[in-house]
Design a protein. Structure first.
Length: 365
């Protein structure tokens, strides 16, 4: 017969509350400000643990071929949970900002050369989402993030091993989503149909024609309400918009037909989101945007907290400090194409009519 469980045993409260002793392993020797700093960062790591679990679960649902329609609501639930975690975690920086600069400097040198850059779970979240190693902002030490996870004697650490294991754990969420999108039927034509490429090109031609007409209409309105001296500039600006959208799909073709199909699938799902069988796929795409936005805001909030508390000093781990954090917030984008689709969209009633809209209706059993 199992013994009764109490709150403190279930949550292992005594062990948890014994983890804020810092380098000294003795909380009694620390000031309140250092215990605050340690506690908040431990809370971050607990949130990161949950994020990794949820991202991995969402990724795993997309490993199936085909992905069951009824599974998409579960994916959205997990992605939205991660978004909420990032939003809540970002608010924790307010607690750190209660530290004055002098209070933090009183114990900051203890951290050298430790750094938040050594958070293996932060690296794992980035990898699992799909951040490419080539896209990383240089840390300022040879070997980048993997080298920073070595033990002081140069041996591999448990943190380093966990990051290497994450690198080997494929696919990433982005890769899994990309494979799923590549199988999206475009205007009722399956991706592996004999005429799939031909039908894809026909759809894109119809869309680009509608998009150009929308831009031309916007240009005419802009010309009507602008002084004559601005007309040449406006015509050039709107012409660039039309060409940039064409280039978006041309570049994808140059990279391979699969990327063009993935970009077209994103566009197709967003354009015809009201169709029953596209409703949940569109929610998946919306949730990915919300998640990445929340992660970017978390990074930006981190940078502003650091600047407020210690200014623009070099980071304890050898990075450029705030400058490094700002670069990651600006440059670390995983779902770039999905963000770019926002620039392409047209009004609902301006989208090209589908040849086979019934394909996306619910089918009776």
């Amino acid at each position: 017969m199992p013994r009764p469980v109490n709150y403190w045993d279930y949550l292992r409260i005594d062990e948890l509350l014994d983890l804020q002793g810092g380098v000294e392993r003795d909380e009694a020797r620390l000031g309140n400000e250092e215990v605050l700093f340690i506690t908040v960062h431990q809370v971050f790591e607990l949130w990161f643990k949950l994020v990794i679990r949820e991202l991995a679960a969402a990724r795993d649902l997309f490993r199936s071929e085909p992905v069951a329609e009824q599974e998409l609501s579960g994916v959205v639930e997990r992605l939205q949970r991660v978004t909420t975690i990032f939003r809540v975690a970002a608010s924790h920086f307010e607690v750190v900002e209660t530290l004055s600069t002098r209070a933090f400097l009183a114990f900051r040198n203890k951290l050298l050369p430790a750094s938040g850059y050594q958070s293996a779970q932060m690296r794992r979240m980035e990898i699992l989402l799909g951040l490419e190693e080539s896209e990383r902002v240089p840390l300022g030490v040879p070997g980048g993030h993997l080298r920073s996870l070595l033990e002081p004697d140069g041996s591999e650490s448990a943190s380093g091993r966990s990051v290497r294991a994450q690198l080997a754990d494929r696919p990433t969420l982005k890769e899994a989503i990309t494979s799923w999108l590549a199988r999206t039927p475009i205007d009722g034509t399956e991706h592996d149909a004999p005429d799939a490429d031909e039908r894809l090109s026909a759809f894109l031609d119809r869309f680009l024609e509608c998009h150009a007409a929308e831009v031309d209409a916007s240009l005419e309105r802009a010309l009507d309400v602008s002084p004559p001296e601005a007309h040449e500039r406006l015509r050039a600006m709107y012409a660039r918009e039309i060409e940039s959208v064409r280039d978006f799909f041309r570049a994808a073709d140059a990279d391979g037909r699969r990327r063009a199909r993935v970009r077209a699938a994103m566009l197709f799902i967003e354009l015809y989101r009201e169709l029953p069988l596209l409703a949940w796929p569109r929610e998946v795409l919306a949730s990915l945007i919300q998640l990445e936005q929340a992660f970017l805001i978390f990074r930006q909030r981190h940078a502003r907290m650091v600047e407020r508390v210690i200014g623009r000093r070099p980071g304890t781990g050898g990075s450029a400090g705030v400058e490094y954090l700002d670069k990651t917030a600006l440059e670390y984008r995983v779902f770039r194409d999905l963000w770019a689709i926002r620039t392409l969209l047209v009004r609902a009633d301006a989208a090209p009519p589908l040849e086979n809209p019934g394909f996306y209706s619910f089918r009776g059993g």
